[in-house]
Structure formats: C-alpha cells, structure tokens
Write a protein that binds this ligand. Structure first.
Ligand code: NAD
Length: 359
C-alpha cells in the first residue's frame, strides 16, 4: 500500500493536480497497485479556511505519507498578507519540515516543441538534462545572517555560505545514483576558485565519485556553466550544485525547454519526496481550463520513479506525454498553429494522456 498526500493548493494548482491524479489513479488501478490518497488544503485555500497557509493537521498528513503531490500556491487575493501568512510560506515550511534536501529539475526539449524555445533549433535539439540542487543548506540558511547597524551609521548586510561534508555527500550521492540511470555523466558546479566552501564541495564530490567508477565526473565554475547552458545545452546530463547556484541555473535551464507548463520537479529526502510542477498558480489563467497539466503529470511520473522505484510505470507516463505531443495536442502555452496541432484545454490534455495509456 502506498500512502500519498495530495495538496492541490490554489489557482491552476488545483486544475493541474486533478489531471495528474487522474492519470496516476488510472495507471495504479490498471496495474493493481494499492494506494491511499489523503487530501489537504495548503496556501491561500488553507488561509481562507483556517487563517494560516499550512496547518499542523496538513503537515501531519505530509509527514505520514510516502510522497506528496503538490499543485501550486499563491494568488492576487493573498498578496498583501504578512510574509508569514502568505500562501508561498506553505511550500517553504513543507520543504523544511520534511527535510527535502535534494531538488531535481529535469529539462528536456520535445522535438515537436522546439519552436517554443527561445534558442535556435540546432542548439536545443536533443537537450535532456537534470539539475540536482541542494535545497536545505548553503547561503539561504547559513548563520550569521541579517542586516546590522554599524557604529558610523551605515548598515551591513550579511549572509553566510556554509556546507558540511555530510550535506555535500548526500546530495552528491543522489546525483550519481541518478546519473547511473541516465547517460552516466555528472557535472559538479561550484566557484572553487573564489569560495573556500565550494572548494570543499568540489573535493567531497570527487571523493563520492570514487564509489561510482562507471560515472564520469567533471567540474565547472558557475559563471562558465551559465554560459555553456545556453551555448551547448545538449552537452549536459546531470548537474549537481549548491542551493544558490541551483536556484539560478535551474531557471535558466527551464527556458531552454520552452514552456514552464512542461517542467516537473521533485524534492527528496531519501525516498520520501514532494512532487510539483515548477510553475506557480498562474492567477491570470486560473479557472479557465487553459493551464497545461503536463508538468504536473510528469511530476507524478517522477514520483513513481524516485519514491517507489516503479520505473516502468513512470516510463509509461513519459511515453504517453511524448505521444500526445506528437499527436498534436497543445494547450495555449505551447500552441503555435503548426499543421496537425489542435488547441485543447487542461481537461482534454489530461484525458488525452489517459487515452494514450490505454493503448
Ligand atoms: P506562474 O508560474 O504562476 O506564471 C507565470 C506565467 O506562466 C503566467 O503567464 C502563467 O499564465 C504561465 N503559466 C504558468 N504555468 C502554466 C501552465 N501550467 N500552463 C500554461 N501557462 C502557465 O508565476 P507568477 O505569475 O510569477 O506567480 C503567480 C503566483 O504563483 C504568485 O502568487 C507566486 O508567488 C506563486 N508561485 C508559486 C509557486 C509554487 O507554488 N511552487 C511557484 C512560483 C510562483
């Protein structure tokens, strides 16, 4: 029996999560996998009902589950709330409380969607990379931090970049394990020429690499990496990097693939994970059956793979999504009036994936 928590959230989060769960249920039922799904309110929806974006009850559901399926949170309605009460706080609290230290962001270009990428066809064609970002350490959490008053009346802003050997080892192992199932290449990104902390990062990753003789390790400075990602994105396989560098590089890599509506993500603590599309709640199109549900559907495929080792079922979803794209189904964000394409809504896209899975 697999235990799942479902937190659709706000705006299009609810719409895309519904399609993702429909696809998941169809697949699990079809393969006689037993499951239990417990639903909870998060974000603005939780604030409206309980006065806070994440309640203890909802957190308990997350902690008891093997994996969490998350839609998206946020919206105009809650923008003027104090930071502690804003919908986005739910996401950060869940990551922290569940200790989700590894963020996985694949970025893949589908041949049929190449025109959706701002880069030239010959540059992006064949791109299929995975960024493994450390998520609970580094400069976003290091102490001391803050803005301090100086005696001469000036202020001093401080943040601290800190990583321990253990933190680097565990994220590196995740990257190497993933690379073993892909093209067997890990690129570790740092700024070891300037930052001692990332010199330690480079050395620890090299130590871990010794346990994976079949995976090739290379290193790159982050400034060069941000350039190469645009210049030769198809050269990358697995990239492992710190919280700050990963935050920036993963957004850069998502643009290579065109629409934000196509990109899934996983945040892991060992096998336990939270799975969500990388996009937000898109209040501009919420409630209109316009959102692309494929990022959410692909997130569920990542869940089957990384939390439950059901690689075959995950592949089924990946292939069904590929086929649906090939067959010309397009939500508005990826629609280009090309011959053979048809504009569909969120629900129709979800159904098309299920129809493909039936074949
Ligand atoms: P967004 O990702 O919600 O939307 C950016 C643009 O992309 C919008 O034009 C939107 O219509 C479009 N878009 C996003 N997902 C799409 C999809 N699946 N299909 C088609 N088009 C899609 O980012 P934003 O507008 O900066 O933020 C909106 C709200 O979402 C804010 O409250 C923000 O804080 C929140 N947010 C939440 C998360 C999350 O829950 N993980 C992430 C980012 C932003």
């Amino acid at each position: 029996m697999i235990k799942l928590a479902l937190f659709p959230g706000d705006g299009i989060g609810t719409e895309v999560a519904e399609e993702a769960v429909n696809v998941l249920k169809f697949l699990l039922d079809n393969h006689s996998v037993r499951y239990e799904i417990e639903k909870g309110l998060v974000g603005g929806a939780s604030y409206d009902e309980y006065g806070k974006p994440l309640t203890d009850e909802t957190l308990k559901i997350a902690k008891n589950a093997d994996a969490v399926i998350f839609g998206a949170v946020g919206g105009y309605k809650w923008e003027s709330l104090p930071i502690e009460l804003r919908p986005e706080k739910a996401l950060l609290s869940l990551r922290y409380e569940l200790g989700l230290y590894a963020n996985l962001r694949p970025s893949k270009i589908y041949d049929e969607l190449i025109d959706a990428s701002p880069l030239k066809k010959e540059v992006v064609q064949g791109t299929d990379m995975m960024i493994v970002r450390e998520l609970t350490g580094g400069i976003y959490f290091g102490q001391p931090r803050g803005v301090f008053d100086l005696e001469d009346g000036q202020k001093k802003g401080v943040n601290t970049l800190v990583y321990t050997t253990k933190e680097i080892e565990r994220i590196a192992k995740i990257a190497f394990e993933i690379a073993k199932k892909r093209r067997k290449k890990v690129l570790s990104v740092d700024k070891a020429n300037v930052l001692e902390c990332t010199e330690l990062w480079r050395n620890v990753v090299a130590e871990i690499a010794k346990g994976y003789p079949d995976v090739e390790l290379t290193n790159m400075y982050v400034d060069n990496c941000s350039m190469q990602l645009i210049r030769q994105p198809k050269n990358f396989d697995v990239i492992v990097t710190t919280n700050l560098f990963g935050d920036i590089l993963s957004d850069e890599s998502s643009m290579v693939a065109g629409s934000i509506g196509m990109l899934p993500s996983a945040s892991l603590n060992g096998k336990k994970g939270m799975y969500e599309p990388i996009h937000g709640s898109a209040p501009d199109i919420a409630g209109q059956n316009k959102a692309n549900p494929l990022a959410a559907i692909l997130s569920v495929a990542m869940m089957l793979k990384y939390s439950f080792d059901m690689d075959d079922l995950a592949d089924n979803i990946d292939k069904a999504v590929e086929k649906v794209i090939k067959n010309g189904y397009r939500t508005a964000d990826i629609y280009s009036k090309a011959p053979g394409t048809k504009l569909v809504g969120t629900k129709e896209m979800g159904l098309a994936v299920i129809e493909e899975l039936k074949k």
